[in-house]
Design a protein around this ligand. Sequence first.
Ligand SMILES: [Zn+2]
Length: 276
Amino acid sequence: MRIFTALLLFSISICQAQQVSLKRDSVSSTKEYVSLYVKNNMLSSIFFKVIPKDSIPKTIVFSENTVIKPSERVNNFIKIPRNILKTDTSKINIYDYFSFKFGYGDPSTVKHNDSYRYLLPYKKRRKLIQGNFGSFSHDHIASNHAFDFGTKIGDTIYAAREGKVVMIKENSKKYGRTRKFINDGNYVIIQHNDGTTASYFHLNFNGALVEKGAIVKRGQAIGISGMTGFTTIPHLHFVVHKATVENGNISVPIEFEGYVGKKFKKGKRYARKTKK
Ligand SMILES: [Zn+2]
């Protein structure tokens, strides 16, 4: 169970996440400035929002809202004059100056197709262990509309909707009950033709059955369920996101084929009602 925003808990002093990296650029840095580049590691656009702390010096150069194209690197994304650095320049804590939000896709073009009926992303009857607005971890704008299905380790996970695989991670074996494990979850992220993305989280080690860049059909096997990241229970965290200028990723309400108009309840078991 995870809260999406915590992906921004970068582990090193200049921030770095899997989907987007913000790093010092030693080539572009000068005597006057430390220069940071941003790199989109996904095959979708990423919306990246830089929120300055009230107190930051006006001499720091940055742009507030940027759409970064798939796999694009933007040099001189942030330039910090060396004379204002509080610490040794090898250890910049970027959070002294900014906070960040990001979203998958381009907020100016994304519009969720609300009439789409998603396929349940697994086949067997499985218990919903946390539903929409669940107080454990679905209490944030990016996770309110997420589902935690109690899939077992080894269950096959299927694409709930057709699209393009824009990011995968499958190299982790780690899990745990604290937020420090949040970046250890394996996942597949698929972008749909309306610009939204579906995220399939907590997959098994080597549990992605598709490659980054693959075009997948609805109902295609895409992963193996597991227990990686911020969780101690095997399950699938499934959520559809859209990027917004204000908040970065927000989760969107969706409906499942065979369950239109029905609210999924925690503790109840659900199975696919349709083959396709
Ligand atoms: Zn969850």
